[in-house]
Design a protein around this ligand. Structure first.
Ligand code: ZN
Length: 241
């Protein structure tokens, strides 16, 4: 069963928008990006199975296959943060492809100390994967084939080490759980901070964005498309914090 809607945003960028009834995140695929035999970069693979028993990872796998991409060809998994609904499926991706995993240093430390214990709260098992390298603020140099300019922004608040990704060429912003359509990330989970989230939202609102891919869709299947809509959304959510 496929619960993800595939949205092709740019030449080498697909968003897999979660359409199921239960909780899961939107995933993104930067395809044919890395050199070598496993060229795809998968951002936020999501849950394996969610609280309603929807097979989220199987769905993502099938949705990617429909577009001609195999999980076995993923060379890198980037997670915006370590919550189960973004990070849990990193483990089966690594099992199937041997992909490397990347989090920010701050998030990796949070995961080791606190975040991994958070999984039992959701009745799931913390993934036994190690971050191979740490995402730092600034340009992400992947030795990429097609020279995608990817900027990493440290955007803490929802978790201590949350990151957002900005693709300069296509003006795509992957915001994780910092900002949604008409809403913002929760700060009441362990490690959350409303003041840091406010600063992070401020930073993201300065970017020139055509497509905002939020960590979750607050209306069925949406991403926020169009510069004006993105700007209006930032104006709106700033009133909440
Ligand atoms: Zn989260």
């Amino acid at each position: 069963m496929i619960y993800h809607k595939s949205v092709k945003v740019g030449e080498s960028f697909y968003c897999y928008v979660w359409m199921g009834k239960g909780n899961n995140c939107n995933a993104s695929l930067l395809c044919h990006t890395l050199r070598g035999g496993r060229p795809h970069v998968l951002v936020d693979p999501g849950h394996i199975k969610n609280e309603l028993g929807e097979n989220c990872f199987d769905s993502l796998t099938l949705a990617m296959e429909k577009d001609g991409f195999k999980v076995e060809d993923v060379g890198l998994v980037i997670c915006t943060h370590s919550h189960p609904d973004h990070f849990e499926a990193a483990e089966p991706v690594v099992e199937r492809s041997g992909a490397l995993v990347a989090l920010s240093r701050e998030e990796d430390e949070f995961y080791a100390n606190t975040g991994s214990h958070f999984y039992s709260y959701f009745g799931s098992k913390a993934p036994q994967v190690k971050s191979f390298f740490h995402l730092k603020e600034g340009d992400l140099n992947l030795g990429a084939r097609n020279k995608l300019a990817i900027k990493v922004l440290l955007t803490p608040g929802h978790t201590p080490g949350s990151i957002s990704l900005y693709l300069e060429k296509t003006k795509v912003l992957i915001s994780g759980d910092v900002v949604f359509l008409g809403s913002i990330g929760r700060t009441d989970f362990p490690g959350g901070s409303a003041s840091l989230l406010r600063r992070s939202i401020d930073r993201l609102s300065q970017l020139d964005v055509e497509y905002l891919i939020p960590g979750h869709s607050t209306e069925a299947g949406n991403i926020i498309a169009g510069k004006d809509k993105v700007i209006r959304n930032f104006h709106l959510v700033k009133m909440f914090i």
